[in-house]
Design a protein around this ligand. Structure first.
Ligand code: NAD
Length: 289
């Protein structure tokens, strides 16, 4: 397939590289990044999209997605598919889906889980929204870039799934950190806490796979001085999207709101570039001697 790939940052570059390594003809564009292994570079997003069977975008936010889509959609050939893998607001996903449909194009919103490691290894999980035809057109590409793709529903459903997943992630990480900080004060060793909770009803991905306590459980950013991983700034973005979405449909998400506030405080303290599990040393420092 001939593929245009727009947004070749931390996530987009390894995803585009994997598509090229699988034998696809990939042409990329990024306003900053000027080369990616195996990928031909275009001078504009529209140029990268011209003649492509599929165009993939991996961009920072919904406003940039809308701007890029307004350049790319007129350049795409009828019947081609636009696949947005960025994490953006549901409204932007639906707006771009509408513009794509009006131009005779397929559209899938397909945000990912798995981070930079998953992007490099080709083991991302895609959560997709769009028509069955558009999802089917994108599926062979998901199979190269990831290990699983779930068709969640119509346009916007992929972003809805991503927002809900990351709200759970943000909140469970905080309460896992709170539990470690409490255990410290109660004289319970972190090792014993992990041994118990990781096999008891308090287990979660935050505890079992990404333990925020250094030296405990499998390797995680905590073992690397809290270098991300998944930066607190990105968690602020995703929890903000969740709160905006909740407000737009009158959903009650009080813990999600509180989680956003705590990560905002971390970012305001100058630690937004650290991994989101840095919440543990913050909470431990907040606990009185
Ligand atoms: P990034 O900032 O590394 O990459 C974004 C790229 O888009 C940059 O290279 C930037 O130069 C480029 N860009 C910005 N405006 C552009 C434009 N108008 N035209 C072309 N290129 C443009 O970010 P990332 O970590 O790769 O994340 C990308 C998306 O994936 C975000 O929506 C993020 O929320 C989501 N995401 C990231 C992770 C992660 O762990 N990093 C995990 C899951 C989802």
């Amino acid at each position: 397939m001939k593929i245009g790939f727009i947004g070749l940052g931390n996530m987009g570059a390894p995803m585009a590289k994997n598509l090229a390594a699988a034998g696809h003809d990939v042409t990329g564009f990024d306003t900053v990044v000027s080369s990616v292994e195996g990928v031909a570079m275009a001078g504009s997003a529209a140029e990268a999209a011209t003649g492509a069977d599929a165009v993939i975008t991996m961009l920072p936010n919904g406003a940039i997605l809308r701007a890029v889509a307004s350049d790319v959609i007129p350049a795409m050939q009828a019947g081609a598919t636009l696949i947005d893998c960025s994490t953006v607001d549901v409204d932007s996903a639906r707006a771009v889906a509408g513009d794509a449909a009006a131009a005779g194009l397929g559209f899938v919103d397909a945000p990912v889980s798995g981070g930079i490691g998953g992007a490099s290894a080709g083991t991302l999980t895609f959560m997709a929204g769009g028509t069955a035809e558009a999802f089917a057109a994108a599926q062979p590409l998901f199979d190269i870039m990831g290990q699983k793709a779930v068709h969640c529903g119509d346009a916007g459903a992929g972003q809805a799934a991503k927002i809900c997943n990351n709200m759970i992630l943000g909140a469970t990480m905080i309460v896992t950190c709170e539990a470690f900080a409490l255990a410290d004060k109660l004289g319970l060793s972190r090792e014993k806490m992990f041994d118990v909770v990781s096999t008891s009803s308090g287990y979660s991905w935050s505890m079992n796979a990404y333990c925020p306590a250094p030296g405990i459980g499998p390797q995680s950013p905590a073992d690397n001085d809290y270098q991300p991983g998944f930066a607190a700034d990105l968690m602020v973005k995703d929890l903000g999207l969740a709160q905006d979405a909740a407000a737009s449909v009158d959903a009650a998400t009080p813990i999600g709101a509180q989680a956003l506030e705590l990560y905002r405080q971390m970012a305001e303290a100058g630690d937004g570039g650290r991994d989101f599990s840095y919440m543990l040393p913050r909470l431990a420092a907040m606990s009185r001697d």
